[in-house]
Design a protein around this ligand. Sequence first.
Ligand code: T4K
Length: 392
Amino acid sequence: MNCKTLSQASHEKEVVRPRALGEPVLVSQPLLPQLSELMPILEQIWERKYVTNHGPLHQLLEAELRGYLGVDTAMLFNNGTIGLITALKLFDLPPGSEVITSPLTFAATAHAISWNGLKPVFADVLPDTLTVDPEAVSRAITENTSAILGVHVYGTLCDFDALSVLGASHGIRVLYDAAHAFGATKDGVPIARFGDASIFSFHATKLFNTLEGGLIATPNAQDAEKIYNLRNFGIKSEEKVVEVGINGKMNEVQAAIGLLNLRHVADEKAKRRQLRKRYCEVLVGLEGIQTQPEQPGVENSEQYFPLVIDETRYGRTRDDIYDELKERNVFARKYFHPICTDFEPYRHVPVVSTRAIPYVTEVKSRVLCLPFHSGVSQDAVTVISDVFHGRS
Ligand code: T4K
């Protein structure tokens, strides 16, 4: 029996429901090899019964990544966070010394500094790139500063030139959290050739992933031995432990996924490039919507599609857009809001800035990352376009 009254039914008819997607569209979707490709490799691993501790697939992937990333040292890790922690350990920074980083990043960046017994110091970001502002970094440098940890946030590259000048003139290390910047190049130079070390994340949400995983890349071949020891409990030989190491090893199943994904990464990247183009086409001309800047000479890593939504010019807030997208089954993310200095462990730490009010404290409520992967259909782009253009 139909329990609705006639007037209820006709009223419902008049309601115009906004177009929503049947299936949820998430901000990220892991690039996965076909199971048919993976199974024969898993069979080999099972036959060998050698499943971790620098196995043959681990070694193969490491060698391939060394070539792909164009570096002398490329050392795999079980995740990017352990990679960051280990990279900071690599340079024997004085205990309690200060490491300057961006507050607009995933918590792991700041935590890696703290886990080393070092002090995170936050410097403001630049309005165009949202990467750390070299002038703010310069102001943040004290006699206790031992390193700068730049973040290529969303895959937008830090100002290498300015940060390397600061590093050299103050005799401090310059490292890069390159979790979002796999495969990026600047003027044809792979980004891990800049600075003392770059740390990548191979988490499932990253363009190139090993489900969980990470990597330290450095331009110096002599770093490999120490990183190897640090990654493996500091063990040098059966009876010799030479470092306060950690267990950072990647297992063979993860390495197998990595070897396969490395074959597919170019194709995924091309699809994302197309998606970026389609997003830009639908957003072009909308006042107050800032897309990721095109950096001259840079090959983008195609990791995220971030927007800055200025409500004073666009007329709606980031949170409005986020909510409406959600209603329509599109799950964008507010990366990286809250910023690190909003989190309990860093709440007391000020953001060093050249401005009276740090730009990061304004922009944090304006950033939004749209779903960005090959699973985003034309239908999804249309729904997202409808939301931004105020169509139902
Ligand atoms: N530095 C920076 C700048 C980073 O962004 C990160 C990590 C790190 C360092 C540390 O690297 P790792 O130690 O993680 O290797 C995700 C990732 O877990 C994290 O790796 C990433 N950054 C961060 C930006 O994003 P959440 O908390 O947003 O993840 P979650 O579970 O909400 O997933 C995000 C979306 O992806 C959801 O819409 C669901 C979808 N998803 C997720 C997983 C895990 C899938 O479709 N499949 C999956 O398997 O942190």
